[in-house]
Design a protein around this ligand. Structure first.
Ligand code: DGL
Length: 257
């Protein structure tokens, strides 16, 4: 039987940070990466819009490929659309993401934890539930970060204007002290060196990429759908469809930016 695909979806290029973790943890699988850069960023859109865009992107590929699992490698799309996706494809494995607040709280009990994410992620019920669960002992500081995703989508990772914008966003939150920064948007791991430089060496910087890859492994193993031999492959797709966006996708995947 032909291998089935694992579809990895994001609003744009951010999910490539998760794809890297998935490929490391699941080296024999066949991945299909779908980025919707034409409509990115999703982070300032209405919940309804994010839901429609997510469903439309996933549907397009589910129709003509054998897909065994969908990884929503986007905190924003997970917050707005994971329940709808699960209802639409009840027989598929659907793995979502949420900001790694639990991991941060486990590692820094009583600490001050800054959560960088999009406006959609921070206002949706899933994050409010996380806040309810972990606020109290820890101080959780939600930090909406509009304007960062655009730099990554444009491949402007070394632009001094990006560093200035990041500094404007992060400095007020850092002024109150921080034990950990949670990267609650899959685009942000690409900014880790800049965030590290601003936050200093002591602050723990965490993201959910590895946890999501492990969760995908467990879900596949549970259903006996793991591939345990053969060379893994990846196909990169993007709704923009231009050679530039595919080149940038490949560069981010191979750490060549
Ligand atoms: N990468 C996405 C996330 O994890 C969102 C970026 C966007 O605003 O489109 O939240």
């Amino acid at each position: 039987m032909d291998k089935q695909w694992i579809l990895v979806f994001d609003s744009g290029l951010g999910g490539i940070s998760v794809l890297r973790e998935l490929m490391a943890v699941l080296p024999h699988e066949q991945f299909l990466y779908v980025g919707d850069s034409r409509n990115a960023p999703y982070g300032g859109r209405s919940t309804q819009e994010v839901r429609q865009l997510t469903l439309a992107s996933v549907e397009k590929f589910m129709a003509d490929r054998p897909v065994k699992a969908v990884v929503v490698a986007c905190n924003t799309a997970t917050a707005a659309a994971i329940d709808t996706l699960r209802a639409a494809y009840p027989e598929r494995i659907i793995v979502g993401m949420e900001p790694a607040v639990k991991l941060a709280a486990d590692r820094h009990p009583g600490g001050r934890i800054i959560v960088m994410a999009t406006q959609v992620t921070l206002r949706e019920a899933k994050f409010c539930a996380l806040l309810d669960r972990f606020s109290g002992e820890q101080r959780i500081v939600p930090l909406p970060c509009p304007g960062l995703v655009e730099f990554i989508e444009a491949g402007r990772l070394h632009d001094p204007a990006l560093n200035r914008h990041l500094q404007d966003l992060l400095s007020p939150a850092l002024a109150g002290g921080a034990d950990a920064i949670v990267l609650g948007c899959t685009h942000f791991p690409f900014l880790k060196p800049m965030i590290r430089a601003l936050a200093g060496p002591e602050v723990d910087i965490l993201d959910g990429g590895h946890g999501t890859a492990m969760q995908t492994l467990h879900r596949l193993a549970e259903k006996q759908l793991l591939c345990s031999s053969g060379q893994g492959t990846v196909e990169l797709h993007n709704s923009l469809g231009t050679p530039e966006i595919l080149r940038l996708s490949a560069a981010l995947l191979h750490g060549e930016t």
